[in-house]
Every structure is written in structure tokens, then in C-alpha cells.
Design a protein around this ligand. Structure first.
Ligand SMILES: Nc1ncnc2c1ncn2[C@@H]1O[C@H](COP(=O)(O)OP(=O)(O)OP(=O)(O)O)[C@@H](O)[C@H]1O
Length: 263
């Protein structure tokens, strides 16, 4: 199993309902995927499978060449970087931005110790610099704006040098400036040949960073289409996915979508 992710016929059933239903999907090295779909479609469930925090009811999940169920997830998890609001909720509000990123190198959400490796501190500073957080290194995490918090989390997710980076709605709750800033930074990361494979969940095509290569469209737990962004992200496919007539447009390396006026 050489793929970064390989889901074969995967279903997750809770209370008699399939949250994801017979999903087959693979992510190869170097690919940058967007998972797009309406509320409740199963996007976060897919990310939870990909991060090894959820096991399928049926089907097989391969992550970084290992089969879920046949590998110690505690060996696997350090190889996966994740940024989500659920994870952000577990971070200490009292730690500084630098501490928040640095503790990731030690597999902790809290617990500042006096002695950290100088190399780790340099890395944490470099990631924060790349995400435009240089001026806020000593600010307490709890005092950050939503956009600053998201950028700190992404720096934190990169800290363990992951082979797979999972981003759950990184632009949710950001104002226009914050969104555009984050989209540009994610675009730069996506185009970095040394960056890990990436999977980003979003509700909005406007949030797709330049350089993302593939899209998976999901609705009611079923994959409607998955493949290269230029072929999958059409008006017809997106309309089907969100259940209303939509017009998708590509302008350069960005996307927009609009509902058709009511007749
Ligand atoms: N443990 C659970 N038991 C029962 N239903 C669940 C459970 N976890 C999630 N669900 C349901 O599964 C469906 C898919 O949830 P999921 O969070 O994957 O959707 P999503 O596409 O990420 O949605 P959103 O865009 O609203 O965040 C939702 O209808 C949700 O209510």
C-alpha cells in the first residue's frame, strides 16, 4: 500500500445510519485534496478516518502504507498533522503562541517545560514566520483572533513534519481579509514540493487555495465525484452536491459559485 490514503468500500454506521457509505478514495503523494459538501454530508467523518481517530464499520482504511486495525495508531498519529476547531478547543488558552506550536513536537496539547530543544524552537519560529505570526509569538493563545488562531494551529500541525496534513474548515469564521490571507498562505504551502500531502475540508469553493489539485464531492455520506479539480468541479456536479442550481466559475487559480436567480 503506497498511497497516502486508501479507503476501499468504507462505511461508518451509527444508530442504523451510514455517516459515510461505501466510500472508495485514494490520495497519492504530492496531491492536495479538497473535500466539499453540504452540512452533515460526512466530511468530518472522512477526516476522522484519515487521522486514525475513527475506525470504519466496514471496508478498509490505509493510511501512509499502514492498515487501520493492523497498526498501533500511536505510531501512526505523529505522522499526521491535523488542524480543526475540535483540536483547537483542547489547546491551553494560557500558553503563548510559540509554546502552543512547540508543544506539538512533544505530542502534547499543554505542559510547557523549561527545556526545549533549540532546533525545535527554531523550527516553531520558522513555521510561525511562514504563517505571518512573527509579531505575536508571546501572545497568549486565548487572546488571539479567529484568523490568528487558525494560522497558529496550522503551524502547530506542521511542527511534527507530517507526511499528511488534514485541515478541517480552516477558513470558517474568518472575515474576508482573514480568509484571503489564509488562502494565500495555504496556496503557498500547496505549491511547496516539500510540503506533505494535504486534505482540506470546506463548504465554499471560494476557500480553495491555489495549487490544490483534486476535489472529492460528498453528499449524504456518498461520494458523488472525486478526481482532478478541473474535471470534477463543474456547475453540474456542484449543483448535484448542494441540491440547488449553481454556476461555478474559475478565475485564474480561484473559484466562485453562485446560485441561479429564482425564476
Ligand atoms: N456519533 C454519531 N452518532 C450519530 N450520528 C453522528 C455521529 N457523528 C456524526 N453524526 C452525524 O453524521 C453526519 C455526518 O457528520 P459529519 O460531521 O461528518 O458531517 P460534515 O459534512 O462534516 O458536516 P458539517 O459541514 O456540518 O460540519 C451528520 O448528520 C451528523 O449529525
Amino acid at each position: 500500500m503506497s498511497d497516502v490514503l486508501e479507503l476501499v468500500d468504507v462505511s461508518v454506521v451509527r444508530e442504523g445510519r451510514s455517516l459515510v457509505d461505501k466510500v472508495s478514495w485514494s490520495v497519492a503523494e504530492g496531491e492536495r485534496w479538497i473535500i466539499l459538501g453540504p452540512n452533515g454530508a460526512g466530511k468530518t467523518t472522512l477526516l476522522n478516518l484519515a487521522s486514525s481517530y475513527l475506525f470504519p464499520t466496514s471496508g478498509t482504511v490505509g493510511i501512509l502504507g499502514e492498515k487501520l486495525g493492523a497498526v498501533d495508531v500511536f505510531d501512526l498519529r505523529p505522522r499526521i498533522g491535523m488542524a480543526s476547531s475540535a483540536l483547537a478547543g483542547k489547546l491551553s488558552a494560557r500558553q503563548t503562541v510559540l509554546q502552543t506550536v512547540l508543544t506539538a513536537a512533544y505530542g502534547m496539547t499543554a505542559g510547557w517545560q523549561e527545556e526545549y530543544d533549540e532546533v525545535d524552537e527554531r523550527r516553531a519560529r520558522a513555521f510561525l514566520d511562514r504563517l505571518g505570526m512573527n509579531a505575536l509569538l508571546d501572545r497568549k493563545f486565548g487572546t488571539l483572533s479567529e484568523g490568528e488562531r487558525k494560522r497558529t494551529q496550522i503551524a502547530r500541525a506542521l511542527m511534527t513534519d507530517p507526511e499528511l496534513l488534514l485541515l478541517d474548515e480552516p477558513a470558517a469564521g474568518l472575515d474576508l481579509g482573514g480568509r484571503e490571507d489564509l488562502v494565500r498562505r495555504l496556496g503557498r504551502l500547496a505549491r511547496d514540493a516539500y510540503a506533505p500531502a494535504m486534505v482540506m475540508v470546506t463548504h465554499h469553493v471560494e476557500e480553495i487555495p491555489p495549487g490544490f489539485t483534486h476535489v472529492l464531492l460528498i453528499r449524504q455520506g456518498k461520494v458523488l465525484a472525486a478526481g482532478p479539480i478541473g474535471t470534477v468541479l463543474t456547475s453540474a456536479e456542484l449543483s448535484h452536491c448542494f441540491g440547488l442550481p449553481l454556476v461555478v466559475e474559475r478565475q485564474g487559480d480561484r473559484w466562485t459559485a453562485q446560485g441561479l436567480p429564482l425564476g
